[in-house]
Design a protein around this ligand. Sequence first.
Ligand code: ADP
Ligand code: MG
Length: 215
Amino acid sequence: MKFTPVLLPIIIEAIADVIEENAVEVTDLDQTLGDGDHVINLQRGIDALMAERAELSQLGWADAWQKIGMTLMASVGGASGSLYGTLFIALSKAGQDKELTLQGFSNVLTQGVEAVKKRGRSDVGEKTLLDVFIPVVRYLHSATVAETPLPNVLHQLSEVAVKGMESTRDMLATKGRASFLEERSLGHIDAGAKTAQLMICAIIDVLSSHLTSPT
Ligand code: ADP
Ligand code: MG
């Protein structure tokens, strides 16, 4: 399977849908641990990407990621805007002239996630969206992936993302607004981890359906 930006409009639409469907639940989570604006922040970025989606699908990956990153930086407020903006700009830098096989993409994503870690001065275990992204990257680099058929890799990747999201429930928040709550942050899923999982799973669903589709 070739991953091409031709799928980007479908992916952006799938992300818009999944965030809308879960808006109430995620806002609840961000009201508990943060300031309640996480869905609004993300939707501002998604709306901007929806407007650009046709144009994005005409670009190569590196240029598409660069444009997505710049758009997110400019349109999304809050911590998540600068973190996702950083992610996509780093993907663009790392993905320049790279062939996007699964392995190639895994390497590019690793560099993107490293840039987010630096930007947020955070790591796995701090009750953030990184508790989804870091396990996903680790899974993609695990020894089993190379010998596993792509549909199974995608399926397992969804499970890793869900597990990562759920792992934030019992973590103490040490970064972002939730850290002000100290022990009171325990027992709640992080909103940013939840939306990261929802968006990753939506992307995986689009890719999976294009793998199995006869056309
Ligand atoms: P803000 O916290 O500025 O209101 P959002 O509500 O849009 O921004 O996003 C909050 C989410 O961003 C959190 O749920 C968390 O997952 C993530 N986040 C916040 N700070 C950091 C950080 N330093 N490193 C990684 N992720 C972070
Ligand atoms: Mg917030």
